[in-house]
Design a protein around this ligand. Structure first.
Ligand code: GLU
Length: 428
């Protein structure tokens, strides 16, 4: 097998910003750093298994529409495949491949016994009713069922899916198997085996990382400023917990609009407003500003918590935050990452910063397998301890070897996965 290892775009060229290009480039850098062979590189680069399925959907009108769904299992060397399912109009197979690879590194980095996976359907959920989304989810689940299971591949929510989606997946899987199997998904509603603390876990993890990074940079949390791009499942919680830690949330945005308040936005009031109106637009406690102002804000901490590829070579020079904590997966392109590193911005990479979600997913799976549930305090204590120690581990590795936090995190994770490959050996 031959493999192209020269993924670096020529100097001065425009990058595509595609997530898979970034994921490949990050892996190539780690392989070089660790001194692995082209064969090992090929093994770690290619997904173990991919499934693309047609999903015929009966619309409420009676018409049939055909959608396409994917599930990519990037790696299963350390345990079952694990990762979310995304419903979004931008989904394509390459994006899912990148997100699956990042899940592998994320799970290895926080040392949960999983490989990495991701699934998705290209769909604009706003155009579909709840009954349509339920039929779509159940049909998608039944199509990919041969590769799912608590010991095979365990989905979770991602953009466009939530605990209700997980309940439908769990039910479809269980009904087909003939008994209830809660551990086939995580991020379920509490009443059917979800874990306390799972809904807020990603946001809490982001904030544990932000506070550890501020400590690293000798910035006091109290009175510092933050900007949060994306006021959804991850961003809204991150804004709330950052504000609880004493930071002023000066900028917030969602896909519809952006806000600024130099004295800090009251996150609780904003949350109430969003629950009522569906967006941050029209909130009285802050001034509307252009979207760019949120990423380019002169603040201590910037949390991109929406989609991939928002910090690019075009705007990286304008990023003024001292610390960037990646709540989203893949928000920074490769060239932008280099530009931020060159100017001394501390970037806490996605595979570390947003790992709190899959960490508590692991806790939920453990609880489901044992049919014994923990208290919210137990979950939050374990989450805080594991996130903080993972941050310190990556930070020490980065300082020792003079690497960025992203290069350190990727190398540590790739090393763990490669070690599992080597110890297990190659069959036959
Ligand atoms: N979709 C989330 C992520 O990207 C959670 C995955 C999980 O809990 O399995 O990390």
């Amino acid at each position: 097998m031959t493999i192209n290892t020269a993924f670096s775009p020529p100097v001065g060229s425009r990058e595509s910003g595609a997530p898979l290009e970034a994921a490949h480039q990050q892996l190539a850098e780690a392989i070089e750093l660790l001194g692995y062979s082209a064969g090992q590189h090929a093994m770690l680069r290619a997904p173990r298994r991919e499934m693309t399925v047609s999903i015929p959907l009966r619309r409420d009108t009676g018409d049939i529409e055909l959608l396409t769904g994917h599930r990519v299992q990037h790696n299963i060397s350390r345990g079952p495949a694990k990762g979310g399912i995304r419903y979004h109009r931008g989904v394509d197979l390459d994006e899912i491949r990148a997100l699956a690879m990042w899940m592998t590194w994320k799970c290895a980095l926080i040392d949960v016994p999983y490989g990495g996976a991701k699934g998705g359907i290209r769909i604009d959920t706003a155009l579909y009713s709840q009954p349509e989304l339920e039929r779509l989810t159940r049909r998608f689940t039944s199509e990919i069922m041969p590769i799912l299971g608590p010991e095979k591949d365990i989905p979770a929510p991602d953009i466009g899916t939530d605990e209700q989606t997980m309940a439908w997946i769990m039910d479809t899987y269980s009904v087909n198997k003939g008994h209830t199997i809660p551990a086939v998904v995580t991020g379920k509603p509490i009443s059917i085996g979800g874990s306390l603390g799972r809904a807020s876990a990603t946001s809490r993890g982001v904030v544990h990382c932000a506070l550890a990074a501020m400590e690293d940079q000798k910035i006091r949390a109290s009175g510092s400023s933050a900007s949060v791009q994306g006021f959804g499942k991850v961003g809204a919680g991150a804004a709330e917990f950052l504000s609880d830690a004493g930071l002023k949330i000066q900028y917030v945005s969602d896909q519809h609009g952006a806000l600024h308040a130099s004295g800090g936005i009251d996150v609780q009031l904003l949350d109430d407003h969003v629950k009522l109106t569906g967006s941050v637009v029209g909130f009285r406690g802050a001034e509307p500003v252009p979207h760019d102002a949120v990423l380019e804000a002169d603040v201590d901490v910037l949390v991109p918590a929406a989609l991939e590829g928002v910090i690019t070579a075009d705007n990286a020079a304008d990023i003024k935050a001292r610390i960037v904590v990646e709540g989203a997966n893949g928000p920074t392109t490769v060239l932008a990452d280099q530009m931020l590193a060159d100017k001394g911005t501390l970037v806490v990479p996605d595979i570390l910063a947003n790992a709190g979600g899959v960490l508590v997913s692991y806790f939920e799976w453990v609880q489901g397998n044992q049919a014994y549930w923990w208290t919210e305090d137990e979950v939050e204590e374990k989450l805080a301890a594991r996130m903080t120690s993972a941050y310190r581990e990556v930070s020490a590795y980065a300082k020792d070897r003079r690497l960025s936090m992203r290069s350190a995190a990727t190398a540590l994770a790739v090393h763990r996965v490669a070690e599992a490959h080597t110890l297990r050996g190659l069959y036959p």
